[in-house]
Design a binder for this molecule. Structure first.
Ligand code: SAH
Length: 240
């Protein structure tokens, strides 16, 4: 792997990794877009972290920003692999705990794009865009595996929950589905790395729990991402 590109939504999620590798902010790399590039050369190989950027001082989160970021990153950087690193909600009932780090397992679904009950339009709504096969990597690095499910809200309605349970979703976020869509169009392999900030069935208010754990989960995310970078730069993993 000569060129790795991380796509990350929030500065708090990215900062530990940026500091770990001493990456440089390349000012105005993406012109008028809010997208931000942090770059470094590690053992002769290029490490890029691309962030959605900010609006009114807040990190841009969600699918629209993630779509734009991924398209711009692929077109400008031509990475060998994309890694979407971020935080997520997960299910206590499925064995998740705060600070656990997961790799994506199988395609990424959407849980809030409802178009009928079945058929082609329904399937388009659910998305299920492919990710690279990270099972061996998860085993080698001691990380868990889970199916990513994306929506446009931090909270979860009963309808969302029913769809997540029906379709087998495990890791709830706001960007992975959009990133997987764009990556699949360009045939760039994608792995999602998700660190749990909140338990969606834990009985606590998501936003409060998210804030309480963001720092700790971002540190766990950095540790996992460091192992992944090392792995990708030294091993020749089979990802397809
Ligand atoms: N209110 C927060 C905004 C963060 S939104 C703040 O003030 O900082 C949550 C971000 O973390 C999104 O980028 C999303 O991908 C991820 N995330 C973490 N837990 C989530 C959950 N339970 N549901 C959806 N997204 C979640």
């Amino acid at each position: 792997m000569e060129k790795i590109c991380f796509i990350i939504a929030m500065h708090a999620e990215a900062q530990p990794l940026i500091e770990r590798y001493g990456l440089q902010h390349i000012q105005d790399y993406f012109g008028e877009l809010p997208t931000e590039l942090y770059r470094g050369v590690i053992n002769g190989k290029e490490l890029n972290i691309v962030l959605n950027g900010r609006m009114n001082g807040l990190d841009l989160i969600g699918c629209e920003a993630a779509t734009l970021t991924t398209e711009a990153a692929i077109m400008r950087l031509r990475p060998d692999i994309l890694i979407n690193a971020g935080t997520c909600g997960a299910f206590k009932s499925k064995g998740a705990a705060i600070g656990d780090v997961y790799l994506s397992n199988g395609p990424v679904m959407f849980h809030d794009r409802r178009v009928g009950e079945e058929g082609g339009w329904h399937d388009m709504g659910v998305g299920n865009y492919p990710t690279a096969d990270a099972r061996q990597m998860a085993k080698d690095l001691g990380l868990k595996l889970g199916k990513c499910t994306t929506g446009s809200s931090l909270d979860m309605t009963d309808t969302d929950l029913n769809i997540i349970l029906r379709e087998g979703g495990e890791l709830k976020d706001m960007e992975a589905g959009a990133i997987a869509y764009v990556a699949s169009l360009h045939k760039v392999p994608l792995i999602c790395v998700k660190s749990v900030t909140d338990l969606v069935d834990g009985g606590r208010a998501t936003e409060e729990e998210f804030h309480e754990n963001l720092h700790r989960s971002s540190a766990a995310l950095k540790d996992a991402c460091t192992k992944i970078v090392q792995y990708l730069m030294t091993e020749q993993p089979t990802l397809f």
